[in-house]
Design a binder for this molecule. Sequence first.
Ligand code: 4AZ
Length: 321
Amino acid sequence: MRALRYPLIGTAVLLLAAPLPVRAGERGVIGGQTVKVADVPWTVALASRERFGPTRSGQFCGGALVSRSTVVTAAHCLSREVLGVEMSEAKDLRVIVGRDDLRGGAGKEIALKDAWVNPAFNPETNAGDVAVITLAEPVADKTPIALAKEGDVAYQPGTEAGVYGWGDMFGNGAYSPTLRGARVAVLEDAMCRQAYPGGPEGVYQPATMLCAGLPRGGRDACQGDSGGPLVARGRLVGLVSWGSGCAQAGRPGVYTRVSAVAALVWAHSIDPAPAAPPPAAPPPAQPSVAPPVRPPAAPSASPQVAPPAPGSGKRPGRRPL
Ligand code: 4AZ
């Protein structure tokens, strides 16, 4: 992960429902598809043309708009390791909203009024990988996304989630000029505990991290997607943080667990935390914990269940990611 963070080498991307079957273990294949930013308007790009060059608007990380003036991203995105200089010296840092294609000028580039980088971020374990950006001007017409809270059902393993960004599409440094997304599943903590018990990339800590991907690989965030949103049941559940490579079987993506950092986010936001929504309708009568992968013999219509494994021949209808 550390090597992957060098700005000009790697950025991550996102993956959506694969247009073609993706074979397990195939390196550098990350299943994804184009997504319209209008459909995921809280997805933003972090950019610095000075640091990362002008093609692709200087994009180097992602983020999520959580209120009119507040963007959350990964702490490591604003580190000297990624920027090449201290954040205070990166004078042209911008948040880009409403731009599908980074080669164009649609949407808006907004300067930063302030940025709080979690001082407790640990670059050895990757724990605490969150930062809060205050925009120089509020965004009026974009819909912020709600942060998931502790105990949110969206964290149940098997829940389908979408990850979005402009990062590496194949694990080879081919950053996407256009916004992409991939449908993944929230995975059991045990999968990431096993994959990342303590090594050079980081250490999986379930209290503050979230494991997501497909057990067989094939869809994942990658370099350049860091800081970007992982969304389940309409809530922001994770921020792209780290992993070993991209989309490899048995090496899921690791995300900052948003529910664990939500209080920190609002403590560093100039906007108040939104009022709690009215109580939800009672849950449908179905097992509260869906299996991470749908057993082939028991297809279910539940939107919480991960899509069928590639190549299984069963493909859900296309839904917005
Ligand atoms: C990175 O270096 C990175 N596959 C982001 C996400 C993942 C790996 C690396 C997850 O920014």
